[in-house]
Design a protein around this ligand. Structure first.
Ligand SMILES: Nc1ncnc2[nH]cnc12
Ligand SMILES: [Zn+2]
Length: 327
């Protein structure tokens, strides 16, 4: 797959994009012992729960505004280097608080990183606020209330992530109501660790524009038809799903079945270095391993831009870039 094929990504957690070498450097700078989570230049975890713990430990070595700004700029610059024209970053200002910053300081830093990357490469980026499910409904509602009140124009969406086995979607409905009432677009992690019921809950209760992962909807044919009919877009992260053992291998991955059933799907990296992946690798896997043609892959990129949480003028510009660039 050419590095020149234009790409777009809707699902990447900013702290999950931290290269191990950078995390190691910051751990030394701040005197943090990461030996349980980072060894021989690799993140250490062995199941979903230990992944979440490792993610939190790594996120916690980002302490200063410049740490977050540099991370966002470096990640987006890397994406642009292999033809990515749009990225949505999942941000968690709670992380800023844990690091001793204010929520505004955290958001200001990531905004600065996004603006620097755009100035240097032209990549367009928006932020989606994350509430962490395992921190409970109050944390999620707090994140939504902050998202509704803060003034960062690049923040355009709201999402919940974290431990999907913690509670049911209904417990987090109020957080989504706050975000929806504030005009934010909605996406939700569902159907990754939990099965089809979790995706059905998300559709019934949140009525999201998109679903993060959603792949386990494939376990219920009626649900797959419903997702195709409603047009809800799935942010699929194949490399993440294999790394986290949602599926044993790529031959078992349902991306092709979902696509063939008419579901709108997109390609994403989730937490790239944690899963030994990149967005480039996800595109390569789609073509080389999952059996998609170049034009089917371009269609997924178009789907991503059509589902991006951007204003219509930006969407039109991105679509024009895609048509001209890949033409
Ligand atoms: N794949 C994932 N699922 C749920 N929460 C996450 N947070 C970071 N990556 C995640
Ligand atoms: Zn995710």
């Amino acid at each position: 797959m050419s590095e020149k094929r234009l790409k777009a990504e809707l699902h990447c957690h900013i702290e999950g994009a931290a290269p191990p070498q950078l995390a190691a450097r910051l751990a030394i700078k701040y005197g943090v012992d990461l030996s349980d989570y980072l060894r021989d230049g690799q993140y250490v975890w062995n199941d979903f729960s230990s992944f979440i713990a490792c993610y939190a430990a790594i996120a916690n070595v980002f302490r200063a505004e410049e740490d977050f700004a540099d991370l966002a700029e470096a990640y987006l610059t890397e994406l642009a280097g292999y033809g990515t024209i749009y990225s949505e970053l999942f941000v968690s200002p709670e992380q800023g608080l844990l690091a001793g910053l204010s929520r505004d300081g955290y958001m200001r830093a990531i905004t600065a990183g996004i603006e620097a990357a755009k100035a240097n490469t032209g990549i367009e980026c928006r932020m989606v606020m994350i509430g962490e499910r395992h921190m409970g409904p109050e944390q999620v509602e707090g994140a939504a209330a902050y998202a509704a009140a803060c003034d960062f124009p690049l923040l355009t969406g709201f999402n919940i992530a974290g431990e999907e086995r913690h509670g049911r979607v209904a417990d987090f409905a109020r957080g989504f109501d706050i975000a929806r009432d504030a005009g934010l677009k909605l996406t939700i992690h569902a159907g990754e660790v939990c099965g089809a019921f979790s995706v059905r809950d998300a559709l019934d209760i949140v009525r999201p524009d998109r679903i993060g992962h959603g792949v386990r909807a494939v376990e219920d044919r009626e649900l797959v038809n419903r997702i195709a009919d409603v047009g809800t877009v799935l942010e699929v992260c194949p490399g993440s799903n294999i790394a986290l053992s949602v599926y044993p291998d790529f031959s078992a991955h349902p991306l092709r079945r979902l696509y063939d059933a008419g579901v709108k799907v997109t390609l994403n990296s989730d937490d790239p270095p944690f899963f030994h992946t990149t967005l480039q690798r996800e595109y390569d896997l789609a073509e080389g391993v999952l059996g998609f043609s170049g034009s089917e892959i371009d269609e997924m990129t178009r789907t991503a831009i059509n589902a991006a949480f951007v204003d219509e003028a930006t969407r039109a510009q991105l679509l024009a870039r895609l048509e001209n660039g890949n033409g």
